[in-house]
Design a binder for this molecule. Sequence first.
Ligand SMILES: C[S@@+](CC[C@H](N)C(=O)[O-])C[C@H]1O[C@@H](n2cnc3c(N)ncnc32)[C@H](O)[C@@H]1O
Length: 288
Amino acid sequence: MKVMETPGGYELYKEKDCIGRCTLRKIPQGAVLEELTISPEWRRRGYGSYLLKEALRRNGGYEKNRESFFTAPLPADRGELAFWAKFGFSEQGGRLERRRRPDLTAVQLVQDFLRCRLCGPKLCIDATCGNGGDTLFLCNLTGPGGHVLGMDIQPEAIASTRARLEKAGIQPERYTLVCDGHQNLLDYVRPGCADAVLFNFGWLPGADHGVFSTAATTLPALEAALEALRPGGVLTAILYSGKTIGSEEKQAVLEYLRALPLEKYTVLVCEFANWADTAPLPCILIKR
Ligand SMILES: C[S@@+](CC[C@H](N)C(=O)[O-])C[C@H]1O[C@@H](n2cnc3c(N)ncnc32)[C@H](O)[C@@H]1O
């Protein structure tokens, strides 16, 4: 079975025979579906589901981090509404609609906060650059005049981050990537000059889960980050716990953050209250 893209949408082939068609018009967030048909002799065997799923997938309908929107005409036979409902379509104002918004994640929460809080930051630090998602976010946040320092202890993380920034077209003079522990942060920046320092602890996604941050280096790194921040600067930290990494680092960081003096720092611990205890825990600190 093969789905081929055509100028007007997609065709479903079983060996050499075209047995289904989905016509659509692409829009930036998804597509306007015009028709979905399967040849009568092949109906009720899952081919319609296969073709519709493929049309959704190829237009971003299953991307976790992207908002998407699809519409389709109401089926003449209302009995087919259940079929469309299986793929998230519901009746809205005389048409079918499928709207998906990405779930709020810990990473999204801290990035949204930084975007709202910082205006044209000049120096941002990604203290755990991993695969570079946060480093890229910071490069876009700082803009042409700013600079981003990215740190990681794993050479493959630095390489992965560099590749990501290059692919995104970020000019090399806009960032510095160093393969070093974040506890040594003050070897690279002067105290009191960073607008933001981000920590996303845990392990490098897609790599050896045996390499992860621990309290022994995390606490000195937080100490260094507080010194690096300018007044009004923001530190964010996403904490993890679970079978592999335990909860020692998370507990130690929480104890550390909760003991910081109120007259110098505002500290928020933003728990996903109706999720598991092991849900990522975003923490936000503002230096006064
Ligand atoms: C969850 S990942 C970071 C994800 C990353 N921010 C991204 O957007 O892809 C955690 C990273 O922290 C790094 N790490 C662990 N201990 C570290 C340390 N002492 N100093 C710097 N990086 C460390 C790991 O190598 C790993 O790449």
